[in-house]
Design a protein around this ligand. Structure first.
Ligand SMILES: [Cu+2]
Length: 539
């Protein structure tokens, strides 16, 4: 079950690093742990769990509340948006500590969840329908252990005015308090080519994003419009008729480590990043999903904190990539794997009609990663099976995938297009951008609204990978290491993987709203240790 290399690694992790579990701080000894039963790419301390004995959970859809319940709204900066984009729907979320079952073999785990669940309830909406969410903090104020019971919620990467964006420094919500977030529900630049479908929300509290999100503060946001309608039978001629309803399945991957009592373990003292030894899918360790012989849309999300994934079907069959970071591609791309860095989303369509009833196929992560630095670059022959599909029944299929989905907005670069360079590096044991640690009081760039820019994002090396996230607007990749991007990267993005020594050139513009936004590494441990900049958009 365990080879020498793994044992050494395991011994190092458990004996050499100070781990914090369930609010108790201390050094864990290897001898007190159950030997790992998990794949060799993961240093293990969690108790063993039986694979594929429980069904994949699906987070419930958040239901609206009567508007009167939420008036008057208290965020001053928001009032100007209300008249322009009056909310049509109102929601309320309570952030609570609760008990959660990650696996029937484990004792119940204390988590933090939006409405007390992980993943949080799925927020759904349509372009053209502004909405407001009131988020209450009901976390225990006397909390002990990793994480801080103070929250800021970021809806990643909705096109949001800055005062509702979840800026990591602004509007800490303490126990008993709430904050209203107002979402205009508009396309960036009022351009339907800029629609995003698969988004997510998560905690973004400065310095504590990694532990707070690791405790469970993450959920999906699914947005629809007249093309991506959420109805595979939609008679509207513009509708893309993508698999919908029970055949449209969001999947959030989050790796976690558990102690013998089933409580979450997190290493607060490694700035490299944190890897868990159990990969959870929608809050379950190695679940199964019964599928019909037809097409399914899966929305893959890497929920972090630090692991990158490359997903394959265990039998090597191909599938269709249809969206990157929530942006539908110009057309489906046939791929054998889907790679997701922390916070990235990849929408794929798997056609199970190629299987027979009774067949079983696994979703497998074959990307080797042995520490928080990032993937080693090796694609394993046999990776970690994270989800089993059980082909179980017949069902009517959705129409064939459309050949064309959403065209890309144009790129307009001239000799006078402003250019900026950002270098991501390790400095003094922490993480810096252009040699500076995050300073929320000083913008590194003051950017004129509506002017396209070309940014160069450089990884200064050292063997680290950084998934770089820019708030508010999506970008297109012009060049990766001097080459035009591979087909999988031609779409619009809000996170780009910056591998060791990579240099990526992007095209971006900031429209519609002025204000304070941030760019940061979404390895949330790097983010918490200062790899973030503030930029301001000015009229
Ligand atoms: Cu990083």
């Amino acid at each position: 079950m365990i080879n020498k290399r793994d044992f050494l690694k395991w011994g190092f992790i458990t004996g050499g690093a100070a781990l914090i579990s369930g609010g108790v701080q201390g050094i864990r000894s290897a001898s007190s742990q159950t030997p790992p039963a998990c794949p060799p790419d993961i240093p293990a301390v969690s108790p063993p769990t039986t694979p594929f004995v429980h069904a994949l959970p699906m987070p419930p859809v958040l239901q609206p509340v009567p508007p009167a319940q939420l008036d008057p709204s208290p965020v001053p900066g928001n009032h100007q948006r209300y008249s322009e984009y009056p909310p049509i729907h109102y929601y309320e979320i309570r952030v609570r500590e609760a008990l959660h079952s990650f696996h029937p073999d484990l004792p119940l785990t204390k988590i933090w969840g939006y409405n007390g669940i992980f993943p949080g309830p799925t927020i759904t909406g349509r372009y053209g329908a502004p909405f407001l969410i009131r988020i209450h903090n009901e976390l225990p104020p006397d909390h002990v252990g990793f994480g801080i019971p103070q929250i800021i919620t970021h809806m990643h990467n909705f096109h949001t005015a800055w005062e509702s964006d979840g800026n990591p420094n602004i509007g800490f919500v303490n126990f008993g308090e709430f904050r209203d977030h107002h979402y205009c529900g508009k396309y960036a630049g009022d351009d339907e080519r800029e629609a995003l479908g698969t988004l997510w929300y998560h905690d973004h509290r400065k310095d504590f994003t990694a532990p707070n999100a690791y405790r469970g503060l993450a959920g999906f946001v699914l947005f629809f419009d007249h093309k991506d309608t959420g109805n595979e039978q939609d008679p509207n001629p513009q509708a893309l008729k993508l698999p919908s309803g029970q055949y449209d399945v969001p999947l959030v991957f989050a790796d976690k480590t558990f102690d013998a009592a089933g409580q979450l373990v997190f290493d607060q003292f490694s700035f490299d990043g944190f890897l868990g030894d159990k990969i959870t899918v929608n809050g379950a360790i190695q679940p199964f999903l019964k599928v019909a012989r037809r097409k399914y849309r899966f929305r893959l999300l890497d929920g972090g904190p630090s692991r990158f994934y490359e997903f394959f079907l265990s039998d090597g069959k191909s599938f269709e990539l249809i969206a990157t970071d929530g942006n539908l591609l110009p057309g489906p791309i046939t791929v054998e794997s889907a790679r997701v860095a922390v916070a990235q989303r990849r929408d794929i369509v798997i056609d199970f009609s190629q299987y027979q009833i009774g067949d079983r196929v696994f979703l497998e992560n074959r990307l080797e990663q042995v520490d928080g630095r990032g993937p080693t670059g090796t694609i394993l022959q046999h990776g970690t099976q994270v989800l089993r599909f059980d082909v179980d029944l017949e069902a009517a299929d959705s129409p064939p995938l459309p050949l064309s989905m959403r065209s890309l907005p144009p790129i307009n670069i001239t000799a006078s297009t402003p250019r900026r360079t950002f270098t991501f590096e390790r400095t003094q044991g922490a993480w810096a951008i252009n040699g500076q640690f995050y300073n929320p009081d000083a913008p590194v760039a003051t950017i004129p609204q509506g002017v396209p820019e070309v940014w160069t994002l450089r990884n200064a090396g050292g063997g680290w990978s950084h998934p770089i996230h820019i708030h508010f607007e999506e970008f297109q990749i012009l060049l990766r290491n001097g080459q035009t991007p591979e087909p999988e990267e031609i779409g619009r993005h809000d996170v780009v993987e910056l591998g060791p020594n990579d240099e990526v050139q992007i095209y971006i513009q900031f429209r519609d709203f002025t204000g304070r936004y941030v760019m940061h590494c979404h390895n949330t441990v790097h983010e918490d240790h200062a790899m973030m900049v503030r930029f301001d958009i000015v009229p």
